[in-house]
Design a protein around this ligand. Structure first.
Ligand SMILES: Nc1ncnc2c1ncn2[C@@H]1O[C@H](COP(=O)(O)OP(=O)(O)OP(=O)(O)O)[C@@H](O)[C@H]1O
Length: 299
């Protein structure tokens, strides 16, 4: 079991009268890629900022690499890199000037990583940040982040604005970084991309992480069972499904029946098999389905 590098417990934040994070907890282990998912405006960016001690907390506690970021902010800054949405930069500085600042501020600064990453994302070295394209700005923020050699990398919608080639380059780079022991927390709305890279996911709704865990375990727990019969689905099966499953979890289409179920599906399989299907398949549900049922269950 890898050590826990980030733990948030019962965080609560407000903006004016509005409570943004409410009893929000999460846990991230070393070497993992943790994707925070949830609808627009649910508090994902606020949570990332709160983790770094950048949001005043009404209640709760964050422990990051064994430190409290609101107390040990300079040590946390040395070991944790944040890439906010769109990458935030010094608008009048070019990439080289950014890298000079980085070399002064970060004891572990790796100038080669900075240049390699800038090159990977096609960032011109002598153009002021305010004149860079969206993708180039993100590339520069990533170059800065990787060069500081953080133990924990926090990215807010990092692939948003990257073209498909650069998006893939970033995902591969993140996988390498995690394989070397680095830890990634990111937000994304692109579930197919998250499914390919994130070994942990957290589902966030109304300012709270309502479900988190290993991606595979969560997908395995939520399954789709499909059976195909010779003719129409037998009445005995249809009748049993009607009394044991809610209609939105069952699709009947001629000889094909599909059931979305959580937990143990032995009983469903037994009933479907008893009517002798031509074919029966149990498979984990795609993250997109899981997302829909987790979020659909919320008010
Ligand atoms: N300065 C502010 N004053 C009042 N409300 C704010 C302020 N900043 C953010 N909020 C509100 O806090 C809530 C959470 O915002 P946040 O940016 O964390 O959401 P998000 O989950 O990252 O959304 P998205 O997926 O759209 O990026 C939103 O309802 C937003 O309107």
């Amino acid at each position: 079991m890898m050590p826990v590098v980030l733990q948030a417990q019962a965080l609560r934040t407000r903006r004016g009268k509005h409570i943004i994070l409410d009893d929000c907890s999460m846990q991230v282990t070393q070497g993992s890629i943790y994707a925070l998912l949830g609808p627009n405006g649910t508090g994902k960016s606020t949570l990332l900022r709160a983790l770094l001690g950048l949001e005043p907390l009404q209640a709760g506690q964050v422990t990051m690499l064994g430190m409290d970021p609101s107390v040990s902010s300079s040590q946390v800054k040395e070991q944790v890199a944040l890439v906010p949405t769109g990458g935030v930069l010094l608008p009048t500085h070019d990439a080289q000037a950014h890298f000079q600042v980085g070399a002064r501020l970060h004891p572990m600064w790796n100038a080669e990583f900075a240049l390699q990453t800038a090159d990977l994302f096609g960032v011109p070295l002598r153009r002021a940040a305010r004149h860079l394209s969206t993708g180039q700005r993100i590339g520069l923020a990533l170059a800065y982040a990787f060069a500081s050699q953080p133990r924990l990398l926090i990215l807010d919608e990092p692939t948003n604005g990257l073209d498909p080639v650069h998006r893939q380059a970033l995902l591969s780079r993140l996988a390498e970084y995690a394989a070397d022991g680095g830890t990634v927390v990111l937000t994304s709305h692109v579930l197919a991309e998250v499914e390919g890279i994130a070994d942990h996911v957290g589902f966030m709704h109304s300012g709270r992480v309502i479900l988190e865990g290993e991606t595979d375990a969560l997908r395995d727990h939520h399954k789709t069972v499909q059976a195909i019969y010779q003719e129409a689905v037998p009445a005995s099966v249809a009748g049993w499904l009607q009394t044991h499953h809610t209609p939105e979890h069952v699709q009947l289409d001629g000889p094909v029946v599909q059931i979305h179920a959580s937990g143990n599906v032995d009983e469903v399989v037994r009933v479907l098999m008893s009517a002798q299907p031509l074919h029966l398949q149990v498979r984990p549900r795609p993250l997109e389905h899981l997302y829909a049922s987790v979020m659909g269950g919320q008010a």
